[in-house]
Design a protein around this ligand. Structure first.
Ligand code: PLP
Length: 420
């Protein structure tokens, strides 16, 4: 996996400072064990497509309906991306132009809502995403946003409470999906709730889209009016987004993305999406997604066996949260101590967290990158042992430096970048 560093020769000649940062970042990605749930290592073909000369092309509009000449070849890649996305997810319509997951969500909202309308999404503090109605985000500023969360005891989505809240606030749209929720989401139940109050249903599968594409998490496509995703998390494509929808919303979605929200689409990124979707349709991708699941489960089970509080009682996905409240270490301290040990995670609020998000009481752990490197469940038990040791001695520099070397040696056994 990974890019060949030699292809960056032109950057080295033109801009040694940027090149130095590339090399340092390459070393970081190579030598550290990255367990950030929202990240992945894209393939050499995806990276090459994203770094290609299609970046030079303006192509406002849609294939065969552009506002610029010379679009025949970028049309071909956008048509491939569309056809492959439809095959992957079985959706009626897809727009592959959103620059990011946030833009994809903005498009899904504005395709059918007006500013001031009411939305109901999962609270950021309970696992939802900023764009699902947080007050600091456009979604909370533009709309009257209400939120639902998880049950205090089970830490699972409380569907009865969602139904009650929906009846209370009568949203025009219900938003489903999360950045930090580890269990299967019941999409048919959300469809029922949305239907009962006459709301549109938007499901954001940014995190789980690789699992959905391979049938390892139920698909929301037949249940939701709109399904949005990023393409760079479990799906392992370029950093970007897309919107899927029912045919009846196709025109509104296309119109709001261009000319409503964006100008020229990033054709090099769309080319990279086409490549990534081809990779995701290939037989090995399902095995990769299964390894992601097996590894996440092995890590969660390992922490549970050592007495840790795994939020929601385990994982059905690529990620889970560890609540560190009983461990005498904050999320921030854990993130820093693990980083010093060569293990990269992010601090994360846990449900009903009393600490501010910049400190947080938990960490989020995910397996897309470790699985891309080819690691399996036996490596996971070693990783649990290292993390447990660091979390027991969060200020012990000698422990950190020993484990950092051991982590580097493990990473060297599962290489990602070649140096020629
Ligand atoms: N939706 C969810 C559930 C996410 O987790 C994220 C990113 O973390 C996004 C949307 C936003 O994606 P982007 O960072 O590409 O704007």
């Amino acid at each position: 996996m990974g890019y060949v560093v030699g292809t960056l020769k032109a950057v080295k000649q033109e801009d040694p400072e940027v090149y130095a940062a590339f090399r340092a970042e390459e070393k970081r990605q190579r030598d550290k064990l990255v367990l950030i749930a929202s990240e992945n290592y894209a393939s050499p073909a995806v990276l090459a497509a994203q770094g290609s000369l299609m970046t030079n092309k303006y192509a406002e509009g849609y294939p065969r309906r552009r506002y610029y000449g010379g679009c025949q070849y970028v049309d071909a890649v956008e048509e491939l991306a569309i056809a492959r996305a439809k095959q992957l997810f079985g959706c009626e319509h897809v727009n592959v132009q959103p620059h990011s997951g946030s833009t994809a969500n903005m498009a899904a909202y504005l395709a059918v809502l007006k500013p001031g309308d009411t939305i109901l999404g999962m609270a950021l503090s309970q696992g939802g995403h900023l764009t699902h109605g947080s007050k600091v985000n456009f979604s909370g500023k533009l709309f009257q946003a209400f939120s639902y969360g998880v049950d205090r005891e089970t830490e699972l989505i409380d569907y009865d409470a969602v139904q009650q809240k929906a009846e209370e606030v009568r949203p025009r749209m219900i938003v489903v999906g999360a950045s930090a929720y580890s269990k299967v989401i019941d999409f048919p139940r959300f469809q029922e709730i949305a239907k009962s109050v006459g709301a549109y249903l938007l499901v954001d599968i940014a995190h789980i889209s690789g699992l959905v594409a391979t049938g390892l998490h139920p698909s929301p496509v037949s249940h939701a009016d709109f399904v949005t995703t990023t393409t760079h998390k479990t799906l392992r494509g370029p950093r970007a987004g897309m919107v899927m929808c029912k045919e009846e919303h196709a025109k509104a979605v296309d119109k709001i993305i261009f000319p409503g929200l964006q100008g020229g689409p990033l054709m090099h990124v769309i080319a990279a999406k086409a490549v990534a979707f081809k990779e995701a349709l290939a037989p090995g991708f399902a095995a990769y997604q299964q390894r992601i699941l097996d590894n996440a489960r092995a890590l969660a089970d390992g922490f549970t066996a050592r007495g840790y509080h795994v939020v929601s009682g385990g994982t059905d996905t690529h990620l889970f949260l560890l609540n560190l409240n009983s461990r005498g270490v904050t999320g921030k301290e854990a993130e820093e101590a693990l980083d010093a040990s060569g293990i990269i995670v992010n601090k994360n609020a846990v449900p009903y967290d009393e600490r501010p998000p910049a400190v947080a009481s938990g960490i989020r752990i995910g397996t897309p990158i470790a699985s891309t490197r080819g690691m399996g469940v036996s490596e996971m038990s070693q990783i649990v042992a290292w993390m447990d040791e660091v979390l027991h001695h969060p200020t012990a520099k000698r422990v950190q430096s020993r484990i950092r070397k051991e982590v580097k040696a493990l990473c060297a056994r599962f290489p990602v970048f070649s140096d020629s």
